[in-house]
Ligand binder design. Structure first.
Ligand code: DAH
Length: 337
């Protein structure tokens, strides 16, 4: 190593000893190993030497370079640790700062309303059941007096699957499935998801329905009315209600139940299309054809059935005007319940 090289190394070592921070060391790295650094300049000068000289000098410069490099790396590590240590020591926790609280979840409004509806009917002696969302066409339609090509199939835009299966369009098939298993008398409700090819501010391709069925001897229309009026009073308080004649293939006679519009209190507005009323459920006396499908004695037994959309009940209960709010998972909306 020439004197020049030795001096350079000494100079570096002195300066390194004086370096107190990682910034100082970084400055040294630039000064010696940077693009225009002193060692780099020496290497550039090699080109002017003869081949013989170049070998020896090159090796010497590289030796210096390696030494400087490892020295820089080592003190970088050491100083970085020291600096972190000092920083952590200087940080004092402020015990007066507000803490972070975990976000506590709550039941979805649809679940809350479903639970309320279930409770009301269970208190009246109904048992709760559930069944498949992928349903056989037979249960979703045929057994409910909706044969193939019956116009009532158009009332419900069906998602058809392969081999005579559908995504159930209603929970009514649970009437048939239950009656196949149980002899009367019975009082059942069934809750679950249903699917229809429909999407706007009041329709969602998936929504929840609750079905109800009562079968026994001497069950009459007044039992139907008494039961559903008791439900509406529990669910909507003093709000006015009415029964209106309707049509469903699986009930005869059929009706729909309305409550007074929650937005205009019956005066008539856009939401209730000026009628002052809003539909909340369908119902009726079980059509004997449905009893025939499950081999119930139609001379001995009568019954009533009803079905309601849970999202619709939730919307009326809370004054929600767009069903999509219930499915967007926007916590600003959900936190209100
Ligand atoms: N399944 C009907 C629908 O989805 C609702 C319904 C109406 C159910 C009358 C019933 C009933 O059990 O008796 O529109």
């Amino acid at each position: 190593m020439s004197e020049q090289h030795e001096n350079l190394l000494k100079q570096f070592q002195t300066e390194m000893e004086a370096a107190k921070t990682t910034a100082d060391v970084e400055a040294l790295r630039v000064k010696y190993l940077g693009k225009k650094g002193e060692v780099t300049e020496l290497l550039k000068g090699l080109g002017k030497l003869s081949i013989e000289e170049r070998k020896a000098t090159g090796a010497a410069i590289n030796q210096i370079k390696t030494k400087i490099q490892s020295s820089i790396e080592e003190s970088m590590k050491k100083l970085a640790l020291q600096e972190l240590d000092a920083k952590l020591k200087a940080e004092k926790p402020d015990h007066s700062m507000p803490g972070t609280y975990p976000n506590i979840g709550s039941l979805h409004p649809v679940t809350q309303v479903a639970n309320e509806v279930i409770n009301i009917f269970q208190a009246m002696g109904f048992f709760l059941t559930e069944g498949p969302e992928i349903e056989e066409e037979y249960y979703n339609f045929e057994a409910l007096n909706v044969p193939k090509h019956h116009p009532a199939r158009d009332m419900q835009d069906t998602f058809y699957l392969e081999s005579d299966q559908v995504l159930r369009t209603q929970t009514s098939p649970m009437q048939v499935r239950t009656m196949e298993k149980i002899e009367p008398p019975l009082k059942m409700i069934a809750l679950g998801k249903v699917y229809r090819c429909d999407y706007d501010i009041t329709h969602s391709p998936m929504f929840h329905q609750m079905e109800g069925l009562v079968v026994g001897e001497n069950i009459s229309m007044s039992d139907l009315k008494g039961t559903l009026i008791a439900f509406v009073k529990e669910m909507f308080g003093k709000r006015a209600y009415r029964f209106r004649t309707s049509y469903f293939p699986f009930t005869e006679p059929s009706a729909e139940m309305d409550i007074q519009c929650i937005f205009c209190e019956g005066k008539g507005c856009k939401v209730c299309k000026g009628t002052g009323w809003m539909e909340i459920l369908g119902c009726g006396m079980v059509n004997p054809k449905v009893f025939e499908a499950v081999k119930y004695d139609t001379e001995k037994y009568t019954g009533f059935a009803f079905g309601m959309g849970i999202e619709r009940i939730a919307m009326l209960r809370y004054g929600i005007n767009d069903i999509r709010l219930l499915f967007n998972s926007d916590t600003r909306f959900l936190k209100q319940f």
